[in-house]
Ligand binder design. Structure first.
Ligand SMILES: Cc1cc2nc3c(=O)[nH]c(=O)nc-3n(C[C@H](O)[C@H](O)[C@H](O)COP(=O)(O)OP(=O)(O)OC[C@H]3O[C@@H](n4cnc5c(N)ncnc54)[C@H](O)[C@@H]3O)c2cc1C
Length: 396
């Protein structure tokens, strides 16, 4: 059994969520993958909302049967969803990443208006950090957020790209520079923008090699005005709000990597036991044993790192005290998913490259995004090293 870190409640939860995805997600996967199926996406999101599964991270809003809701349960959900369709899982994980700052930093009225529909599965959310000239180096943002004292409104001008759920989300959490006279870390603000705000537009969605079940595109802000109340936390404290969500996002991505990898592994070992070559089962060949063993130990190692990090988070460890463990979970699990996807294609041979025979063609394309989204492998390595060498200043 690979999940020995989990207690009985979490194992039972895994069975429950697995059954839900089997019922709700699996029949809709092909629609979702073709991107013609936004209704299909929302039907599964609604099922998650109805079951209380989108409240797992917010203990005081959770009203379901689990005695220990939290990130471990949410990571299991991510893993089980990504097993079937990583694009769909990204839509949900992005919504949780949007819900998190609303929950922690929004005023009561904004929480009521925008958080509630997200956790009830009635809408999805988006987070807007990345820009044309700003990806890993998120402190170099060019979007401007200013306060108009004459109308008491926040005014946003800028352009964001690679935004998951762009044009589909009902609410956008947006980061921009509010005080250009100081360092971005001290002059960045986070703001809530409703999807129907005048001046908000979505110039294009992108065609990615994989992760097609998630809509990703551009978001443009042209004199977008929102009420004073839409501020998250305090003015110029947006950088801290950005950092606050990084640990849990990375751990959830650890779950995404596990799901994608487990899917690849299951297809590969089933094929190796069924396919005959040179008068024997493919799985009897030692070079295939090697590949299966390499996938298996990597999966187990990534699982240990991911659920170690989620368990620490649920026990109250966060911030810099969790940064190393969360980064290791994300790094190892996502690199491992690419490895497993690649080996699964190899074990399937020609079948592995086709859309007609087996799922590895999609898994291979999907897996590639994992080491780029939510902080690249290189950025995670910097964070891990900085924890190990506290006297050295990061040289990015
Ligand atoms: C499918 C998808 C969905 C996304 N969804 C969202 C979203 O919802 N919201 C959002 O805000 N963003 C989103 N992103 C953006 C994502 O977070 C960025 O792509 C990621 O942070 C990397 O930024 P970049 O693409 O600009 O690459 P860059 O920052 O330009 O980096 C390019 C390469 O250089 C490396 N590199 C950069 N700096 C260094 C350094 N100092 N030392 C060594 N190597 C370095 C990187 O690791 C990377 O390999 C999404 C991206 C994708 C592909």
């Amino acid at each position: 059994m690979r999940d020995f870190l989990l207690n009985d409640e979490m194992r039972a939860f895994r069975c429950e969520i697995r059954a839900l995805f089997q019922r709700e997600l699996v029949p809709r996967c092909s629609d979702i993958e073709r991107r013609s199926g936004w209704n299909a996406v929302m039907e599964v999101v609604q099922a998650l909302g109805r079951g209380g599964y989108l409240r797992l991270l917010f203990r005081d809003l959770y009203d379901g049967p689990l005695t220990e809701p939290g990130l471990t349960a949410a990571t299991i959900l991510s893993e089980e969803a990504a097993y079937h369709n990583y694009g769909f899982e990204s839509t949900v994980a992005t919504t949780l990443s949007c819900a998190f700052p609303l929950y922690r930093f929004a005023s009561a009225s904004i929480r009521d208006r925008h958080l509630r529909p997200l956790i009830e599965g009635k809408s999805v959310g988006a987070i807007c950090m990345t820009e044309r000239n700003v990806g890993s180096d998120s402190a170099g943002m060019e979007t401007i957020i200013r306060f108009d004292h004459s109308t008491s409104e926040w005014v946003i001008n800028g352009f964001k790209r690679y935004i998951s759920n762009a044009s589909k989300a009902d609410v956008y959490v947006v980061w921009g520079i509010s005080d250009p006279t100081v360092s971005p870390r001290k002059g960045m603000t986070a703001i809530v923008v409703p999807g129907d705000a005048p001046g908000l537009s979505f110039p294009q969605n992108y065609d990615f090699m994989g992760r097609r079940g998630c809509v990703v595109g551009e978001v443009s802000f042209d004199e977008v005005r929102v009420p004073e109340d839409n501020l998250l936390g305090r003015e110029n404290e947006g950088f801290g709000i950005m950092l606050a969500a990084f640990n849990f996002e990375r751990i959830l991505l650890g779950g995404s990597g596990l799901g994608v990898a487990r899917s690849a592994f299951d297809v590969a070992v089933a094929h190796a036991q069924q396919r005959s070559v040179f008068g024997q089962k493919l799985g009897q060949k030692q070079l295939i044993w090697d590949m299966v063993a390499e996938m298996s130990w990597r999966l187990n190692a990534a699982e240990l790192l991911t659920y170690r990090a989620s368990t620490m988070y649920d026990q109250g460890v966060d911030g810099v005290n969790l940064m190393g463990e969360a980064s290791q979970a994300k790094l190892v699990s996502t690199e491992m998913a690419i490895f497993c996807a690649d080996r699964a294609v190899q074990i399937l041979g020609g079948d592995g490259l086709t859309q007609q025979f087996g799922r590895t063609e999609q898994i291979y394309r999907d897996a590639r995004a994992l080491t780029i989204v939510g902080g690249t492998s290189e950025m995670n390595k910097y964070l891990i090293s900085s924890r190990e060498m506290p006297t050295i200043k990061l040289n990015l």
